[in-house]
Design a protein around this ligand. Structure first.
Ligand code: SIN
Ligand code: FE2
Length: 216
């Protein structure tokens, strides 16, 4: 059996434990593909992608936007969650129902049944864009996991440990893959290597990543 997108249907999507509390759910987002991409278009129409500046003054190669009650932003004054888009002064677009459904289902699959995200950071990688090793630690309550959804071109995800110097695993992530990390691995360092050029059948020369957080 094949789904709408010509991919084989995975009745039991393979899962891989990356660390204590961290799980990779291969292709978990595929059944949501059409809904996610349509919803993403309306998010981006209201809150366009932009290249944020780090507190150190560097423009990030990854372009970002957000949806939900809070959005992650960076500028010369630091990193924070903001209820409004600094570009428009408007609240961030509402979190689409399909986003919320995928995030809560994937979190539950990974052992986090109470996850109720209020923020979704949307990352756009074009060829060459990368995200250097960092921890997600701007959220108020670190008891909640991070749910990360990959769409479009494949990328190499780096997943380390609690210390920047811990050994780093390199994990290829493909269209539809979902990584969830929480509990003992909630503050693990992670990043994305420079995106290799390519042409994805639905997203072209782009990778889109959705990361769901409970920020407030
Ligand atoms: C992130 O760390 O916010 C994004 C990770 C990714 O793009 O896979
Ligand atoms: Fe992150």
């Amino acid at each position: 059996m094949r789904d709408l997108f010509g991919d084989a249907v995975f009745h039991e999507p393979p899962t891989e434990q990356l660390a204590d509390g961290a799980i990779l759910l291969r292709r978990r987002a595929l059944p949501f593909e059409a809904e996610l991409l349509a919803a993403l278009e309306s998010v981006v129409a209201k809150a366009p992608f932009r290249h944020l500046v780090t507190p150190g003054g560097f423009e990030m190669s990854v372009a970002m936007t957000n949806c939900g009650n809070a959005g992650w932003v960076s500028d010369r004054t630091g990193y924070r969650y903001d209820s409004r888009d600094p570009l428009t002064g408007e609240p961030w677009p509402e979190m689409p129902a399909s986003f919320l459904r995928l995030a809560t289902e994937a979190a539950a699959d990974a052992g986090y049944p109470a996850f109720a995200p209020d923020a979704c950071l949307v990352n756009l990688y074009e060829p060459g864009a990368r995200l250097s090793l960092h921890q997600d630690k701007d959220e108020r309550d670190l008891a909640n996991p991070i749910v990360s959804v990959s769409l479009g071109l494949p990328a190499t995800f780096q997943f380390g440990g609690l210390k920047r110097t811990d050994p780093i695993r390199k994990i290829p992530l493909h269209h539809g893959d979902v990584v969830v990390w929480g509990g003992p691995s909630r503050l693990f360092y992670h990043g994305v290597l420079a995106l290799k050029d390519g042409d994805h059948e639905t997203l072209g020369r782009r990778r889109i990543n959705l990361t769901f957080r409970k920020a407030l």
